[in-house]
Design a binder for this molecule. Structure first.
Ligand SMILES: *[C@@H]1O[C@H](CO)[C@@H](O)[C@H](O)[C@H]1NC(C)=O
Ligand SMILES: *[C@@H]1O[C@H](CO)[C@@H](O)[C@H](O)[C@H]1NC(C)=O
Ligand SMILES: *[C@@H]1O[C@H](CO)[C@@H](O)[C@H](O)[C@H]1NC(C)=O
Ligand SMILES: *[C@@H]1O[C@H](CO)[C@@H](O)[C@H](O)[C@H]1NC(C)=O
Ligand SMILES: *[C@@H]1O[C@H](CO)[C@@H](O)[C@H](O)[C@H]1NC(C)=O
Ligand SMILES: *[C@@H]1O[C@H](CO)[C@@H](O)[C@H](O)[C@H]1NC(C)=O
Ligand SMILES: *[C@@H]1O[C@H](CO)[C@@H](O)[C@H](O)[C@H]1NC(C)=O
Ligand SMILES: *[C@@H]1O[C@H](CO)[C@@H](O)[C@H](O)[C@H]1NC(C)=O
Length: 487
């Protein structure tokens, strides 16, 4: 670990944002006001054909190494994946908005660590310290190295954080830490990103991962909330093409992209003018793809514009109430393709009879000025029921329509073992564990369909700094160098 580059970077704290706003909630009625409807609001709603479910001959997809089931908490507010260290499984929040991997340590006595799988580190294993501050407290502890298995793939001597202090807000979620998957290798913090590291160790051929949130049918009826795919293109999991868009330069290593337009039942929404990828625009917006956020968060002003298309929407400035019978379809135009969000996705909990808002439901689209550049946060709500690729080699994010006609089957378990080019120090127990999970090393990493001419990343400079002044990230070295990142 080298901390000789003391860059004045802004903190990576979108997970902070995620945890502040995990669930859109009821409006504060004493601060509520009606959103004025826009004049050209559509009066008749276009009925769209949504997902077709083909009920015959589903595609069988084997859970080979590189392909792992995603778990979710009971409210589907967070999504996690098991990683395995020394034969013990740790469910970690999949967070494309935070910078590195850290696990709750056995020294942690905070309530958030109660009844969780804790990692037992030895003091002399510590090579650094870490401190990741959230608005409600900080996650801090030591950095250790150990062999780690994710989706049946082993990364040898991976450096990760072991926290002895975890913010209270994590308490009600069953995961045991955070799998941070930033858009860069975060070399500036000295903590490597797991996918880039697997690639560097030649465990995977292509430096990318994909997420398919939303439950799959499985031949074994195992509970799941989707798939996490490392390296492989997994063509059977989507239909049609993958539409790619550049990851825009930003100081936070966010997966920040351009939303070309938002169409609300076919009407192109117009917002206040803002800079998007170097150009002033009233229709394009910036979006951070953040699996650690549950909802979709627009800036306050943009959220009001979006809800002005709904009849009689009400807001307290942050949360919105919309009619439960709303049927508008929102199309996010990204990478030259419309990705729809339908009412079954954006309509949340119903207001009770005595709330004064009977007939209203919570809108899962919130308004919060959480980014300095006005970027929206496209959380799990947007990722749900879609195939999303996060591509490091080409600095792109791609989306495709998910293939609903899939059934997951365990891979044949004969002579299975994990895939690792590095010296395999995994215990036989660990191998046995993976065997029963149905992994094999028969992974096929297909070539990316992208050509090198598409591989340029955007050079536009964006300042996507989140402006919450309470948040900071500090990474300290036991050798004395201290990197203190304050916004
Ligand atoms: C609700 O709004 C009122 C009026 O603005 C404010 O005084 C109160 O603190 C708010 N309550 C909450 C829980 O935010
Ligand atoms: C995750 O790990 C737990 C604990 O070992 C295990 O019970 C569960 O089946 C695992 N789930 C998946 C999807 O791997
Ligand atoms: C755990 O806590 C004890 C007592 O505070 C401390 O001495 C030890 O260094 C800690 N171990 C780790 C791995 O942080
Ligand atoms: C890649 O591996 C080499 C050694 O094999 C190491 O020196 C380098 O730091 C690694 N880079 C990353 C980004 O993991
Ligand atoms: C997205 O939908 C809008 C409204 O229906 C349409 O005008 C636009 O051309 C579509 N964009 C693409 C890329 O198909
Ligand atoms: C939708 O619900 C609202 C509130 O209950 C009601 O006033 C309105 O008539 C309903 N609209 C339709 C088209 O059913
Ligand atoms: C998935 O399971 C549901 C409920 O059992 C069933 O209706 C549907 O046809 C299944 N889909 C596939 C692709 O097998
Ligand atoms: C797994 O790899 C080992 C060693 O490379 C090989 O002998 C074995 O046949 C492989 N198993 C499968 C299922 O491909």
């Amino acid at each position: 670990m080298h901390f000789n580059h003391l860059l004045a970077l802004v903190a990576f704290q979108s997970s902070t944002l995620a945890f502040r706003t995990l669930s859109p909630s009821y409006i504060n009625s004493s601060a509520a006001y009606e959103v004025s409807s826009i004049e050209e609001a559509p009066s008749s709603f276009i009925k769209r054909v949504n997902k077709q479910t083909v009920l015959h001959s589903p595609t069988k997809v084997q859970l080979n190494s590189g392909l792992n089931l995603v778990l979710s908490d009971s409210n589907s507010e967070s999504y996690s994946i098991n990683i395995t260290i020394d034969s013990i499984d740790y469910p970690l929040l999949i967070d494309t908005g935070s910078p590195y991997l850290w696990i709750y340590g056995s020294n942690c006595t905070d309530e958030s660590c109660e009844d969780k799988q804790l990692y037992h580190a030895l003091e002399d294993e510590s090579i650094e310290t870490f401190d990741l501050a959230y608005s409600s407290g900080s996650a801090s502890g030591i950095v250790v190295q150990n062999d780690l298995i994710i989706a049946g793939l082993e990364d040898s001597k991976f450096a990760f954080g072991v926290a002895d202090s975890v913010p209270d807000i994590f308490e009600s979620y069953s995961f045991s830490g955070v799998l941070g998957l930033p858009s860069s290798d975060t070399s500036s913090t000295g903590m490597k990103n797991l996918i880039a590291s697997l690639h560097n160790e030649s465990v995977i051929e292509e430096s990318k991962f994909s997420l398919c949130l939303g439950e799959y049918n499985t031949s074994t009826n195992v509970a799941n909330a989707g798939l996490f795919i490392i390296g492989d293109d997994a063509k059977q999991l989507y239909t049609g093409d993958v539409y790619y868009t550049d990851v825009l330069d930003n100081d936070n290593s966010y997966w920040e992209i351009k939303i070309e337009s938002l169409y609300i039942d076919g009407y192109q929404a117009t917002f206040d003018s803002m800079k998007v990828d170097g150009e002033s625009s009233k229709v394009s917006r910036l979006g951070v793809i953040d699996s650690g956020t549950t909802s979709i968060i627009a800036s306050s002003a943009d959220a009001v514009v979006i809800h002005s298309y709904f009849d009689d929407a009400v807001t307290d400035g942050e949360n919105f109430a919309i009619f439960c019978n709303s049927t508008l379809t929102l199309d996010f135009e990204i990478g030259g393709h419309n990705f729809s969000l339908t009412s079954d996705q954006y309509i949340g909990q119903a207001y009770s009879k005595d709330s004064g808002y009977y007939g209203y439901c919570v809108s899962n689209i919130q308004g919060l000025d959480s980014t300095t550049d006005g970027s929206w946060i496209l959380g799990a709500l947007f990722l749900n029921d879609r195939f999303a690729v996060f591509d490091y080699d080409n600095a792109k994010v791609g989306f495709a329509e998910r293939n609903e006609n899939v059934i997951l089957v365990p891979a044949p378990t004969a002579s299975a073992t994990t895939t690792s080019k590095a010296s395999n120090s995994m215990s036989s127990t660990a191998i046995a564990t993976k065997l029963t999970s149905g992994y094999t090393n028969s992974t096929t990493f297909t070539q990316s369909s992208m050509t090198s001419s598409q591989a340029s990343s955007s050079t536009a400079s964006h300042n996507a700094a989140f402006k919450n002044t309470h948040d900071s990230l500090t990474v300290g070295s036991l050798l004395g160098a201290v990197l203190c990142l304050l916004i």
